[in-house]
Design a protein around this ligand. Structure first.
Ligand SMILES: Cc1cc2nc3c(=O)[nH]c(=O)nc-3n(C[C@H](O)[C@H](O)[C@H](O)COP(=O)(O)OP(=O)(O)OC[C@H]3O[C@@H](n4cnc5c(N)ncnc54)[C@H](O)[C@@H]3O)c2cc1C
Length: 457
């Protein structure tokens, strides 16, 4: 028999999005939340992440609004000295455990249902006991898994596996004998992490064959920092470059010139712009790998040979092919965040999914009219190609102008670390005044430029 759970909100997904939404909602409204996840704990994809992953961005931009992830510290040692700390996967999981226990469950207003599958129609079922649960008619369902990323552990390698040894990136630390060659399949953040990790453990760069179907543009981590002058300087450069660029390639080349974007190989024009952040020391490491295969996607992996879209490449007989080719970010259609009976969490300003989920929780708690909430918080997509990236920034900037025009929202976002580029929280300085002035003057022509670049083929 189904048990009815007394709740005003049913949040499906206890990953970063569901947690940030719930945290902000219960902070500003006296409501009850049923939080459901098929996984055993809060933390979402991080619970199954490869063990050497860290956030690619500063910890301060990740987590929930009420509680800073990490200590907001600058790194004191190593090649990222002076940049903000970035949490490891175990720090992220421990953080979400603590938020769930100490803030949510302790409030008495959140009930957590781990190991439960949402099956639609306001119903979820325990995957272990089979117990079914439902929520009352008036309970709003919050879809906090609409943009849940695909990760290699849960997606088979997107090519035929013959008799080659193919492992998901998660299994790399479990190897017990060194092969003579690693074939890294993928060009995104996971593949760069795998390459850098192998190199950091002393693997010879010549023992790595890196299959990059597309070359990526990546954000220079130094300019995506919780430092208003750095962050707004980057925004001013994006707007100025968009205003002047003749096409998407020219846009990114201008951003590279300005120190905003990085590419591994300066002789190749990247076509991918998911744009995770990368540090320049990582770039130096990646450039030591010279065996780069650009022959499209792998179609089949056999002992001694991989077959790609554009031909065949010999690999060592004992090569380990490392599957880093999960699609990661998702690109479902944009939908209004608020619809009758449901809330579908999506980014609002460009990127920053935790900020968007927290903002959605705050707006839900403080306003009644769904049409007005949708007007203030239109969704933005993630980017894949260069024109996508322009569109993401166009929609994200418009959204920021929209919600930022509400005095209470502005006052709230000024107090939370998740919100990037907070002038109000920064000490006054001539450098900050300069970037604010530059951003202000670049904004209108930049928006026109972004619209033009977003429409480019
Ligand atoms: C390796 C990696 C590193 C990243 N680093 C960063 C970063 O540094 N900064 C950044 O801003 N973004 C980063 N991202 C981007 C990513 O989008 C964010 O981590 C984002 O927060 C994902 O959170 P989510 O809650 O949307 O998805 P998830 O973490 O996947 O959470 C969704 C949850 O929904 C549950 N679920 C799904 N369907 C059901 C169902 N039917 N019933 C019950 N439960 C269900 C899943 O079990 C899952 O736990 C990274 C992504 C990856 C893969």
């Amino acid at each position: 028999m189904s048990r009815t759970v007394a709740a005003d909100y049913l949040v499906v997904g206890a990953g970063a999005s569901g947690m940030a939404f719930t945290d902000a909602l219960i902070d500003h409204a006296d409501v009850r939340v049923a939080l459901v996840d098929r996984r055993h704990a809060a933390g979402g994809h991080w619970l199954d992440a490869y063990p050497f992953v860290r956030l690619h961005q500063a910890s301060a931009f990740y987590g929930v609004a009420s509680t800073l992830l990490g200590g907001g510290r600058l790194r004191q040692r190593g090649p990222e000295t002076g940049l903000q700390e970035r949490a490891t996967v175990s720090e992220i999981c421990a953080y979400y455990d603590r938020i769930l226990a100490d803030r949510m469950l302790a409030s008495g207003r959140v009930e957590f249902f781990p190991g439960c599958e949402y099956v639609g129609d306001r119903t979820f079922v325990s995957r272990l006991s089979g117990q079914a649960y439902d929520v009352p008619e008036g309970c709003r369902v919050v879809d906090a898994r609409y943009l849940a990323p695909d990760i290699p552990l849960h997606t088979p390698a997107p090519f035929e596996v013959g008799d080659a040894r193919v492992i998901p990136v998660n299994d790399l630390p479990r190897l017990t004998e060194a092969p003579s060659q690693y074939v890294v399949a993928g060009a995104g953040k996971t593949a760069t992490d795998a390459c850098i990790w192998l190199l950091s453990l002393g693997v010879d760069p010549d023992a790595i064959c890196w299959v990059r179907p597309r070359d990526p543009w990546m954000f220079n981590r130094a300019v995506v920092q919780p430092d208003a002058a750095a962050f707004l300087g980057m925004a001013a450069d994006v707007m100025g470059s968009a205003a002047d660029a003749t096409d998407p390639d020219d846009f990114f080349l201008r951003l590279e010139e300005a120190g905003v974007m990085l590419r591994v190989d300066r002789s190749v024009l990247p076509t991918m712009a998911k744009a995770p952040t990368l540090a320049t020391w990582e770039l130096d490491e990646l450039r030591t790998i010279e065996n780069v295969v650009r022959m499209g996607h792998i179609r089949r992996a056999d002992r001694g040979r991989i077959t790609l879209d554009d031909g065949t490449v010999e690999i060592a007989d004992d090569a380990v092919v490392v599957h880093c080719a999960g699609s990661g970010l998702q690109y479902p259609p944009l939908v209004p965040i608020w619809q009758p009976g449901t809330i579908t969490l999506q980014p609002i300003r460009a990127g920053f999914p935790c900020f968007a989920a927290a903002l959605t929780g705050y707006v839900e708690a403080t306003r009644d009219d769904d049409a007005e909430k949708n007007r203030l918080c239109p969704p933005t997509p993630y980017a894949n190609t260069l024109p996508d990236w322009a569109r993401m920034n166009l929609l994200g900037t418009r959204a920021t102008l929209s919600f930022g025009g509400e005095p209470d929202i502005k006052a709230w976002t000024d107090t939370i670390e998740l919100s990037p580029g907070r002038v109000a929280a920064a000490p006054p300085s001539a450098a900050l005044d300069e970037v604010v002035a530059r951003l202000t003057s670049n904004l209108a022509p930049g928006l026109v430029g972004l619209a033009r670049l977003a429409a480019a083929p």
